[in-house]
Design a protein around this ligand. Structure first.
Ligand SMILES: [Zn+2]
Length: 417
C-alpha cells in the first residue's frame, strides 16, 4: 500500500481529510478512520446510491479527493462518527487494517500488506461479478440451459476405455471433458475445450465460476457458438434414443426366447424321466414275475426251507434294490446251489426288514381274492387289505347285509415280528 504523496489528488485528499478529522496532524488523522466494509457501484439494478454515497462531500461518482470513481468504499471516522466515501486508490491501508483487525479481534499493526491487498481484491472482484450477473445473468442462464449434454457430445473426448452398460448390455466408450482447445476460435479445425469444465466443473480447481465469479470473453464466445449446435444435438439424441429402444426390444425378445428354450428343455427332461420310470416299472414287473415263477420249482422251495425261510416271493421285496437281490438269490437257489455268506446275510436282512410284508398279510390278501406282487411295503399291503375288505363288505352288504365274517380285531396288524 502506497503512502500518500505530493500528487494533485493525494494533496486534495489530505486537505479534505484534515477538515473532517479531529487531529490536525495527517498521520494521526488518518488513524481516526476505518473502512466499514460497505461498497457501492452504479449498476443496472442498483442505480439508487446509499446514504453514505449521497451525503458524501463530493457526491455520487467521486472520491473524497474529487477524482471520478466507479467503485465506492465507505470509511468512517471513529472519533467523531463522520462517514465518507473514497475510491479504491484512496482507501488507506490503515483504514483497511483496522477493519480486518476489528473482525479478527487483533491489533491493526499485525495485519500484513498481503491481507490488505486481498481485502480490496475480493471486494472489487465480487463487485465486478455482481455487476456482470446483474447485467447478463438471465441471458447466461438461458444460454447454458440444456447445454451440458451438447457439451458432452461435442467437447468431451473418448478415452478408449470401455464401460459395460448393464441396461443396454453393450460397451460404451468412456468420455472425459477436453481440457484444452485445439486450433483457434473461428478457424475450421477449432475444437473448443469443454465449456462446463471451464465454467463450473468441481474437479477443475480453476473453474471460472469459483475463481472469478463470471465467465470470461472466450468462454462466452464458445458457449454462444455451442448453443447453435443444440438442434443438431437434439436430432442426434433422437436417433440415439431410437437405437436404445431397439436394443431394449432386442434384449426383451432374446430373453423371451431364452425362457421358452429353458421351458422346452425342462419339459423334455420331465418326459424323459417319465419314460424312464415306465421302463423301470416294466423291468421291475418282469423281475417280479420271473421271481414268482420259481415257486413252481420243487428245488427252489426246498432250498428256501433249507435256509429256514418261507418260499421267497416278489412280495417280500419292499423296493427296487431288494427285488433285484431276491431275484438273484432265487436264481442260485433254483439251481439247488448254496448262497454265498454275503448273500445269506443280505437275504436275512431283507427278510427281517420292518418294511417287508408278513406272511400273514400275504395269506390274508390271497384269501380275500387279491393278488400281491412286489415290490410292496407292509404299509401298502395294509392299505390294500383295507380296500379288499371294503370291496368284499360292499358285495356282502348287497347280498346279505347282516353278518361280517371278519371283525376289526381279527384283521392282521402291522406288527413287527
Ligand atoms: Zn481519491
Amino acid at each position: 500500500m502506497r503512502k500518500l504523496g505530493n500528487g494533485h489528488w493525494d494533496r486534495k485528499l489530505i486537505e479534505r481529510m484534515l477538515e473532517i478529522s479531529i487531529s490536525p496532524d495527517i498521520d494521526e488523522a488518518l488513524k481516526e478512520w476505518k473502512a466499514t466494509g460497505e461498497c457501492w457501484w452504479p449498476s443496472l439494478g442498483n442505480t439508487n446510491p446509499p446514504e453514505w454515497v449521497r451525503e458524501s462531500r463530493t457526491g455520487v461518482g467521486y472520491c473524497l479527493c474529487g477524482h471520478a470513481i466507479y467503485y465506492h468504499f465507505a470509511i468512517e471516522n471513529t472519533e467523531n462518527g463522520t462517514k465518507e466515501c473514497v475510491g479504491s486508490d484512496h482507501i488507506n491501508a490503515y483504514m483497511i487494517a483496522r477493519a480486518i483487525a476489528d473482525e479478527l479481534g487483533v491489533a491493526p499493526e499485525t495485519i500484513s500488506d498481503d491481507k490488505i491487498a486481498d481485502w480490496i481484491k475480493v471486494r472489487v472482484k465480487n463487485m465486478k461479478a455482481d455487476a456482470w450477473w446483474e447485467e447478463n445473468g438471465d441471458w447466461w442462464n438461458e444460454m447454458i440451459d440444456g447445454l451440458r449434454p451438447v457439451d458432452q457430445w461435442l467437447n468431451w473426448k473418448k478415452t478408449g476405455e470401455l464401460e459395460y452398460d448393464s441396461v443396454y448390455r453393450w460397451n460404451i466408450e468412456k468420455k472425459i471433458p477436453r481440457k484444452r482447445a485445439e486450433g483457434k476460435f473461428g478457424e475450421r479445425n477449432y475444437q473448443m475445450a469443454s465449456v462446463f469444465w471451464r465454467w463450473d466443473n468441481p474437479e477443475n480447481s480453476r473453474n471460472q465460476m469459483a475463481s472469478r465469479g463470471y465467465p470470461n470473453d472466450a468462454l462466452i464466445a464458445d458457449v454462444t457458438f455451442l448453443s447453435f449446435k443444440k438442434p443438431a444435438y437434439l436430432e442426434h439424441e433422437k436417433s440415439q434414443n431410437k437405437r436404445r429402444l431397439n436394443r431394449l426390444e432386442q434384449i426383451r425378445l432374446d430373453e423371451a426366447a431364452r425362457l421358452e428354450r429353458q421351458k422346452r428343455m425342462a419339459e423334455e427332461r420331465k418326459e424323459r424321466e417319465r419314460l424312464r420310470q415306465i421302463q423301470l416299472k416294466k423291468h421291475e414287473e418282469n423281475r417280479a414275475l420271473a421271481l414268482d415263477e420259481f415257486q413252481q420249482s420243487m428245488t427252489f422251495r426246498k432250498m428256501c426251507k433249507f435256509y429256514g425261510s418261507p418260499t421267497i416271493i416278489s412280495a417280500y421285496a419292499y423296493d427296487s434294490a431288494s427285488l433285484m437281490r431276491l431275484r438273484n438269490f432265487a436264481d442260485t437257489l433254483a439251481k439247488g446251489e448254496q448262497l454265498e455268506d454275503y448273500a445269506l446275510t443280505q437275504l436275512a436282512s431283507i427278510m427281517s426288514n420292518k418294511r417287508r410284508v408278513t406272511e400273514k398279510q400275504v395269506k390274508f390278501i390271497k384269501d380275500l381274492g387279491g393278488e400281491i406282487r412286489g415290490p410292496i411295503t407292509r404299509k401298502e399291503a395294509s392299505a390294500y387289505i383295507e380296500t379288499l375288505l371294503a370291496e368284499r363288505d360292499g358285495r356282502d352288504a348287497e347280498a346279505e347285509p347282516t353278518n361280517q365274517p371278519y371283525s376289526l380285531s381279527e384283521r392282521p396288524q402291522n406288527r413287527s415280528d
